[in-house]
Design a protein around this ligand. Sequence first.
Ligand code: S3P
Length: 450
Amino acid sequence: MAHDAKPQPATARRSPPLSGTARVPGDKSISHRSFMFGGLASGETRITGLLEGEDVMRTGQAMKAMGAHIEKHDDEWVIRGTGNGALLQPEAPLDFGNAGTGSRLTMGLVGTYDMETTFIGDASLSSRPMGRVLEPLRQMGVQVVQAAPGDRMPITLRGPKHAAPITYRVPMASAQVKSAVLLAGLNTPGITTVIEPVMTRDHTEKMLKGFGANLSVETDERGVRHIFIEGQGKLTGQVIAVPGDPSSAGFPLVAALIVPGSDITIENVLMNPTRTGLLLTLQEMGGRIDILNPRNAGGEDVADLRVRSSELKGVTVPAERAPSMIDEYPVLAVAAAFAEGETVMQGLEELRVKESDRLAAVANGLKLNGVDCSEGEASLTVRGMPGGKGLGGEAKGEAVKTHLDHRIAMSFLVLGLATEKPVTVDDRAMIATSFPEFMGLMTRLGAVID
Ligand code: S3P
């Protein structure tokens, strides 16, 4: 794998105005789920627009190892699934590389099978907490045969003869945990219930319904969601067009806002309201972002985004918004570095358990590049420098540490497009996990990155 190789640094430099039209790759969350649900369903699933990043390919390999047939014909992925309840025990450990979503959802998917499955990953994934998924699985009767201290990978699960349906209240705002329990419910007799006090991305619910699962959602008077799934029903293959990933769109979007004179359009971006927190925040900061051609495609809202360089102002981002932009804080912090005044981001506790401790990684990278910021336990405050004067780190000769985290690498390369001095990151390799086209797409828009 690329990330076992020698680190490949990259440097971004102050760039001329960005211009042109771009399409970001398919949404990562939907792509993982397309492979999983297609691999599980009876009959054929056809997918276009799939993100062909390393993380999603790992999920595809795992589904193949458990009996799904997955092939690519021209631009289309064609899957013949096993049928719900008919996954096979894999012959070797499932290696999920860097992918938290792939591994946690698959633990749910196969945990309740009467078989043994081992999960391994890279150094970043092996340091991430898996107890949040193992805890509800244990309640359903799943045995954790092996785990590293702190419920970390490598992990071996052994399912019970018959799993027990549970009612589970998700203790943190996590779509991965919610999804893992729902997927475990697919192979469990009766009704499994997930209570979600804070709404997170709802791709699992929407897509499972599309595949024919008996799933319903009730929202009570306090806004708490109760999700019910009936196990052991039939899933039927679907045709899926994956829309562009709003999390990936965040990088060219912020780049165009901060590089003076820029005017770009990003086409076909997913606009599901559980994913649009960054857009809202940047608009509140004064970002000139026009939402063009809003439309519905395959059950999801999508639109094109025209973005022009803007004079940004600091804002306070409320904690309640975090679930709808959880992966976008690193790049928002970059936008904040060029805003007039202070941007305060709250409710960031989950950032500490992403591909890296993103709160620390962002604060350290910003400080290294002369950006005035302070890191709290679960908050980040950035005091911006419009025009980027004096910012950038090359002079110190020290690269930003990316800690095997794709979004840290991309965020700091965006920073360097508008700082006075260049910005270097220690390793670009992990970008391939979610956005393999990043370098080409950005340089075609006019960004200077080498
Ligand atoms: C995801 C959920 C989020 C997000 C991740 C994708 C998903 O993780 O950060 O990139 O597809 O369900 P958490 O569930 O840990 O918040």
